[in-house]
Design a protein around this ligand. Structure first.
Ligand SMILES: [Ca+2]
Ligand SMILES: [Ca+2]
Ligand SMILES: [Ca+2]
Length: 293
């Protein structure tokens, strides 16, 4: 303990200042201030910008489901399946049986509709973000995943007739950096999303200091796995909404209240020791502190 005290004395211009700074840091932490001392890890996560995260930029009439790549997203189609009976697009399920409560956020959701080339590979949408992968950071990605129910659109989209959308073809929600998947939900909610409803999935990963993708652009990818649920109800469509990504520094854990108390007591002890030595002799102060501790 004496060695540690000596180190801390030298790290501050005045031991009482050190004690005061420890107390101040404790107050910042307890208040949950969004701008704590630079030496402390931030407590709350920072939102990372995703363009058109709820698929609301494209205006879609209630009960309609136009097929196009959602604005500011890119189609993910590694096997060239899009076209024919395979589409991505945007659906506004308001007032339809597709989703009993509508979209989870706003009016629209993204749709991935694969109706003919079953089990021929995944299709989805993806977006490369402006942020890059940072070391010592915890990333949390959340997305609403929807299992659309069978039904017919509202006029004028009723002309497309009845869609049998029973079943669920599986999904993946992925976080990538530099084109490499660094975290994903690989269909964990399969069987747990009732027809006509959405469920929230959350993917979290903590990146250390030696991750090979550090500095590479982040990317969010939403995938329809195109698996056959049952022969009668193969699945066909997965929908996505309300995509959110946040980052939180994952530095050393904060000292506990007890640890803070011990540090403050140590600083005060150091201060008292220094004061006593200073009274005994004004010369060679630093050297004598070394000899005492
Ligand atoms: Ca939405
Ligand atoms: Ca096709
Ligand atoms: Ca379904």
């Amino acid at each position: 303990m004496h060695g540690e005290c000596k180190y801390r004395l030298r790290s501050a211009t005045n031991p009482l200042v050190l004690a005061a700074s420890l107390i101040a840091a404790t107050v910042v932490r307890a208040d949950g201030d969004s701008k704590p001392a630079a030496t402390l890890p931030r407590v709350s996560g920072e939102s990372i910008a995703i363009a058109n995260p709820g698929f609301e930029i494209d205006l879609v009439d209630p009960g309609c489901f136009p097929v196009f790549t959602p604005n500011l997203w890119t189609a993910y189609d590694p096997n060239g399946l899009l076209g024919g009976g395979e589409f991505v697009g945007v659906v506004n399920p308001t007032g339809t049986p597709f989703f009993v409560s509508g979209a989870p956020e706003g009016s629209n959701a993204a749709l991935t509709f694969l109706s003919t080339e079953f089990e021929a590979g995944p299709v989805g949408i993806t977006q490369v973000l402006g942020d890059v992968l940072q070391a010592n950071t915890t990333y949390t990605l959340s997305v609403q995943v929807g299992n659309i129910a069978s039904g017919t659109g509202l006029p004028p989209c009723d002309v497309f007739g009845f869609f049998d959308l029973d079943g669920f073809p599986g999904y993946q929600v992925q976080l990538l950096a530099g084109g490499v998947v660094i975290a994903q939900d690989d269909n964990s909610l399969a069987g747990a999303i009732p027809e006509a409803e959405f469920r929230l999935t959350t993917v979290q990963t903590t990146i250390g200091g030696g991750h090979p993708q550090l500095g590479q652009p982040l990317e969010v990818r939403l995938i329809n796995l195109n698996m056959i649920d049952t022969p009668a109800d193969p699945g066909i469509e997965v929908d996505f909404d309300d995509v959110r990504l946040s980052a939180q520094p994952a530095g050393p854990s904060l000292p506990t209240a007890g640890e803070w108390s011990a540090l403050i007591a140590l600083a005060i002890m150091c201060a008292a020791g220094t004061a006593l030595i200073g009274q005994s002799n004004d010369a060679g102060h630093e050297r004598r502190v070394d000899s005492v501790f």
